[in-house]
Every structure is written in C-alpha cells, then in structure tokens.
Design a binder for this molecule. Structure first.
Ligand code: BGC
Length: 749
C-alpha cells in the first residue's frame, strides 16, 4: 500500500511550522489549497487626486450621466474628459449576447458568441475551489475579449427553498461552501481587469413577489447564513461591485437600505466598490443615493427618466441633495475605472473568447460536477465491450440550455447535448436507438408567459403521447442498455418565478417507470438545477445520475462519466428532500409570504434543519458516489486542547481508495457544539477538501480550520464570538455519512 501526505487549505508555512512533518513530501506542495492566492486586490487610490481634478471639471449633467443607465447595459462616459462608458454584461452562465441599447431585443450581432459555462449549481457540485477560480478566470478573459468592465456575476444567494426559480443559478444552501466558491471565482474574474458584480445583495431568496416582498430575518440568521458569502466577497475577494436586490429587507428596499448598504457593507466590511441596482430595482432618487446606492440600471423607459437621472438633477437644484454627495458616487465609479485600467493608461488585459482552452475549462467543471446517486449492480460505468446497442430516451437527450426561460443566457457556438456527447464518445460499432419519449409542452402558449416578468407560471402538459411511449419502449426492449435523459430545463426552471412543487413535469415519471419495466439495465440521468421528486425513480431504477445545465461541453463530460472515462466526484450542494413539506421554509409554512415573508426556520436552513430535526432526506447534502470506494479513518488533531481564537486547528485524516480505479473524494468536516449558550444546528460544515487518490493508495490529508470559523454572531455585542468549550468535528463524505469524530477544546474570547 502506498501512502502519501497532503497538506490542504491553509498557508503552507503556517502548517509546516505548527505540525510534525515526519512524512512531508515535496509533491504535497502542489496539493496545497490556494487559499492565500485567493486574496483579491483592493480598489486603487493611486489616482485619487487626478480623479478629483476630473470631477471638478464635470457639469452636473455629466456627473449624473455616470450614475444611471444610458443604455440597457452601460452608463454614460464623458468623452471630453477621457471618461469611457461603464460597460456591463450578464452573467452567471457566461458573457451574455449583446442586447440592443434601448430594449431587451438581441442586438443581432455575429461577434457576440461566448463559451457557455456550467450554471452555479453545477460549479458548486464540484466542491472544488480551484475550479471556481478557473471558472472566474476563464469567464473574466471572455468578458475582456467582449470589452466589458463589469460582469454581473456571481449569483450567490442562499438556496432557502428547493422551489426557488434561480436555484440552478445559485450555488448552495450552505454559507461555508458558498463563500469558499465565491472567493476564488471573484478573484479569478477580477484578475482580468473586469469587475465582479456580486448579486443579489441581499436576502433575495425567492422569485415570488420579488419586486416588493419585505424579508424578515433575525439578526443572527442574517449574519450566519445569508451574509457570509457576501462578506467574504468584500473582505477577502475585494469584489469591486455589488448588485442591490429587488426586494425589501426589514421594511426598506435593498437599493435604499442604508442599514445594509452603509452600515453593513461600507462601515463594517469596508466595501470600496460601487453598488449597482438590479434592473429596475430603484424607487427613489435622493433616498437611494443617500442610502448607499451608486448606479441605477434598469429596463426600458426613457433613460433620462430614471430616478438617478433627471429627477436627481432636479433634486440637486432644489437643494434636496448636495452636489458633494453626487461627487462622492462619481468618484467611486472613477476609482473603479482606474482599478480596472479602463482609465489611467496602464496596460489592460485583453482577454480571449470561444477558445478551446475555455471550452476545456467548461468541460473540466462539468466533468467534476456530475453526481452519482445510485449505482446498483455496477451498471455504471457502461462497459462498451459488452454492448452493441444503447437506447437513448428523453427530451433532455437533445435539449439545449444555454438560452431559455426568463433571464440571462449565453449565445454560444457550442453546446454538446447528452446525445451528441454519446455519439462523440462511443465507437461506431455501438448503435444508438433514439426515442424522444416525452415532450416539453405547456398550456397556454409558453411564449406568452415566459416573455415577460410574471409569476404566473405556464402550466405544463403532462400527458404522454402514446406513440412516443411506444417508440421509447421498443427502443428500450431492443437495446442492451437504456439511458433516459430526464429532468427539467431552463424554460421550466427560470428567473422571475418559483416552481409550485417538486413534481417532474411532462409525464416523465410515468415514462421512466414504463421503460424501467421493460429494461432493468436502465440508467436514469436527471438534468436539472434544483431538487425534484425522484422518490419512485430512486426506488425502481438501479442507477440514478444527476447532471446540471452544464455548459458548452456538458454532453461530452456526461458521456465521459457514463462510459467511465471520468470517475464521478460531484456532491450535492443542497439537500434533496423526500417531500417539499420536509424542507424548512415549507415545514414552517413561511414561504412565499405575500407582502412580507418571515424566515421562520431561522438558522436551520438546508441540512441544518434536516439533521437537527432528524428528518431523513431523499439524498443528503454533500452526497455523491464514485466508481471506486473510499475509507475515511484515523483522524488526529495537532493538539487536543488550548486552541485560542487566532489559532488554526489542524486535523489529519487518512483516506484510502479501497477500489480498483483512481478517484476523487470530498472530505467534509462538520462542527458540532453540544453544550452551547446559544441555539446551534446539530452540525455545520466548517471545512472540506477534494483530493485525488490513486487506487490502493492511502492519503493523509491535513485540514485546517481557523478557530474563528467556529464563532457565532452575538447579536447583543454585535460581533462574532468564539465560545469556549468542547467542539466535536465530524468527518465524512456527506452530512449523513460521518465516518470519524474528534473532540477538541477551544479557549474562546
Ligand atoms: C436579474 C439580474 C440581472 C439583470 C440584468 C435582473 O432581472 O435579477 O440578475 O443581472 O436582470 O439582466
């Protein structure tokens, strides 16, 4: 048996000086997490006096032009003073196609193609912080090639309910995983002289009533669940811009919520960038500006009628707001421009787009995101030597998701569908019997619903077409194995409306059951960005795989996993409930509210609820199988007692690959504090590491947990407090598969 040691997570120097290094090997350095290099660069102040001089030469109209949209995705420049427009683009799936200057119609260009990257849920299912950096860096290069200053990404709101329309776009239900992915993503993006616009700040966790709903969250829950990724985005990644959300929080719209935009964001966290409104999320001129908003963007109405346009000029003239206040916001926009090198003459990154390297980045993310949920009888990976025919069934075999639904997509030259992926990877000797099986159908006309902001979802038609069913059954009967690509798509999961339930639409469950009845060698692959009710499929199918809206190379990555060219290593970034009523927001009957919504589950979001209340999920947070097996054992701490607040706890744990092929495992560390002065979830994720382990090898990994990560937010003291006492660390490969436990004493503050 080979053994090697890997140091992960924290600064190598810190680790090496505090641990016994008997087994240290040089190659371990390659495996050290990039935590240190994920620190972002702050806004520059080098040009402040030059900026003051530029502002002193500006007219009021010119200044105000820089504070509101003067086209769909730009603010005005001041040509005579060398100030360019600020150019923005959506977003999370890649650089969006160009939109007309004054309407949502596509600009109709032929040079605005881009790489379609996996949606947020896919990235988070990789549990790989290096891939988050890759994603940010890659889409940053594309943003520059399209000459953008601000990419409206990443979208990092916490998944409070599985029904949320943007679940596919967001990362996770867990604040720790969320921030660990957000930080490298932002740093990678901004390394390319393009600003991240971290959205949607804050407490924007549902689409229903999103334009006005007043969100109520207790202070501790806000700090511990909903804000950590935003806080880390500011303090660690140094995000250059934030997007103010549509909704209200504690009575104030978020684009004019001075407690959040000034009190928390600027005063507490030291944010120096700009706050950009979500599109048409502003409601006042003076109040929004005074409360901390910098730039108003929006949907079509004459741009001079925006709140931060003519009405703002009128307010200055009427003495309701001073020109000095206007200058302060203009100065921030200019500081951003100098930081991005769109001003100041320093050489700026030029970027690249649609390159093979970027498609490879998208492939790498996709191939680590696929989650193997069930694999009885080792049906996967498909052994092509033993088969001559494969039935490929389901609308999702050929469905494309780069565009669709309401909201930002990507116009791309490459989107490999699951069927294309199989064709690319299978030898010609294997025959594919394709049958669509089910259709995506809506009543009334789908376009009428999805073309506008509405919360009336299109009703799905769930009756199957008997002829299609017959074709599917025949294909399955006449093939050695069957793959059904089912799930949803980006028309069904969409911004601006939440789903009503977890049901699989379009009659899919019925179809899948019929196919399973004729061919037990059936592999069910779900392609979806959010949980669905797959209870009966889990029971009846030997194999269940979960894939995502997975980017330009999604089909190739999926085929590689199914055929065993890639060993799956994705893990669920959220809990899959058995029933929606088991989910915290629904169990507490506190979704979606109406004028107001109160997050009654408090701290117990996601697995925190399921694990604390002992409710069995269908699949737990962090879950995902591999084609090999791992054993996690021998946990040790570098010391048992006496960790002070500024120290780092180093745990070492062995992971053995006990199977026959190399694989990657995600080791997850959950903290549990039993005797606590305050309410605690039964466990909380505090560290994770993804490691490659060769077959038969045992790896000793060292995991670093800064003691300050154990703090709770003390509402009276208004600060994070590390409680003294015993903490249990539970180490496993999902929130429900804990293999090792160790308790450690901490001396708090
Ligand atoms: C979305 C944002 C997006 C903006 C511009 C809004 O509807 O909430 O995420 O960036 O539109 O497309």
């Amino acid at each position: 048996m080979n053994t090697r040691i890997i140091v992960l997570s924290m600064a190598a120097s810190a680790f090496f000086s505090s641990c016994n290094q008997a087994n240290k090997k040089e190659d371990s350095l390659n495996q050290i997490g990039l935590t240190e290099s994920y620190l972002g660069k702050s806004i520059t102040h080098e040009y402040d006096s030059e900026i003051d001089s530029i502002i002193s030469q500006m007219t009021l109209d010119e200044k105000v032009g820089m504070l509101h949209g003067t086209s769909m995705f730009t603010t005005a420049g001041v040509e005579r003073l060398g100030v360019p427009e600020l150019k923005m683009a959506d977003g999370p799936l890649g650089v969006r196609e160009e939109i007309s200057r004054s309407s949502w119609a596509p600009a109709g260009l032929d040079n605005d193609f881009a790489t379609y990257y996996p949606a947020g849920a896919g990235l988070s299912a990789t549990w790989n912080t290096k891939l988050a950096y890759t994603f940010g860096n890659s889409v940053g290069e594309e943003s520059r090639a399209r000459n953008k200053d601000v990419l409206l990404s990443p979208a990092i709101n916490i998944i409070r309910t599985p029904l949320g329309g943007r679940t596919y776009e967001y990362f996770t239900e867990d604040p720790f995983l969320n921030k660990k992915l957000a930080i490298p993503f932002i740093v990678g993006l901004q390394n390319n002289d393009v600003a991240a616009c971290v959205k949607h700040f804050a407490a924007n966790n549902q689409e229903t009533h999103r334009n006005y709903v007043d969100v109520q969250i207790d202070e501790r829950t806000l700090r511990e669940i909903y804000l950590p990724a935003f806080e880390a985005a500011v303090k660690e990644a140094k995000a250059y811009s934030m997007m103010g959300a549509y909704n209200k929080f504690r009575g104030e719209y978020l684009c004019e919520n001075s407690n959040i935009l000034k009190g928390v964001l600027r005063d507490e966290w030291g944010f120096e960038g700009i706050v950009i409104s979500d599109w048409a999320a502003v409601h006042t001129s003076v109040n929004s500006l005074k409360s901390g908003l910098d730039v108003e963007m929006g949907t079509p109405k004459p741009f001079n009628e925006f709140f931060l346009a003519d009405p703002l000029i009128d307010s200055v003239k009427a003495g309701k707001i001073s020109e000095n206040e206007i200058d302060r916001h203009v100065k921030r926009v200019l500081q951003l421009m100098y930081s991005l090198k769109s001003m100041g003459g320093e050489e700026r990154k030029k970027g690249s787009i649609n390159t093979e390297a970027h498609f490879k980045d998208a492939y790498n993310i996709a191939s680590e995101s696929v989650v193997l949920l069930k694999n009885n009888k080792n049906i996967l990976p498909i052994n092509i030597e033993n088969i001559k025919t494969i039935a490929v069934i389901g609308d999702n075999s050929t469905k494309k998701n780069a565009l669709g639904g309401f909201g930002a997509g990507v116009k791309t030259k490459r989107e490999v569908t699951p069927l294309d992926g199989l064709k690319n990877r299978l030898p010609e000797s294997v025959k594919i019997n394709f049958a669509q099986g089910y259709q995506e159908r809506y009543a009334p006309k789908k376009e009428a619903i999805f073309g506008e902001v509405t919360q009336n979802r299109a009703e799905t038609i769930d009756e199957l077409d008997p002829k299609m069913v017959e074709e599917a059954i025949n294909a399955a009967k006449n093939s050695d194995i069957t793959i059904i690509f089912a799930g949803s798509n980006r028309d069904y999961e969409t911004e601006a409306s939440d789903r009503e339930d977890l049901e699989l639409p379009f009659g899919q469950v019925e179809l899948i059951e019929k196919v399973l009845a004729v061919n037990p060698n059936t592999i069910v692959v779900m392609i979806a960005g959010a949980p669905f009710d797959v209870n009966s499929i889990k029971d009846k199918s030997n194999v269940l795989v979960w894939s995502w809206f997975n980017g330009s190379e999604g089909g190739n990555a999926l085929a590689d996993v199914l055929l065993g060219n890639v060993n799956p290593s994705g893990k669920l970034p959220w809990t899959m409930p058995k029933s929606i009523n088991d989910s915290p927001a629904h169990a507490t009957n506190s979704f979606p509210g109406n004028q107001s919504v109160s997050y009654d589950e408090g701290l117990l979001v996601g697995y925190r609820w399921f694990d604390t209340k002992n409710i069995e999920p269908l699949y737990p947070f962090g879950y995902g199988l591999s084609y090999t097996t791992f054993e996690i054992k021998n946990v040790h701490a570098d010391k048992k007692e006496g960790y002070f607040e500024n120290e780092i706890i180093y745990l070492s744990v062995d992971i053995e690959n006990t199977g026959n092929i190399d694989g990657k495992e995600v080791v997850q560390v959950y903290m549990s504090k039993k005797e606590s002065k305050v309410e605690r979830a039964v466990q909380e994720l505090k560290a994770f590491e993804k490691v490659i382990i060769k077959k038969g090898e045992t790896v000793t990994i060292k995991i670093a947990i800064p003691v300050k990560e154990l703090a709770y937010y003390n509402v009276e003291l208004k600060k994070w407090v590390v409680e003294s006492g015993t903490y249990n660390f539970r180490i496993g490969n999902s929130s429900r598969d804990i293999k090792e436990e160790i308790s450690i004493r901490v001396k708090g503050n």
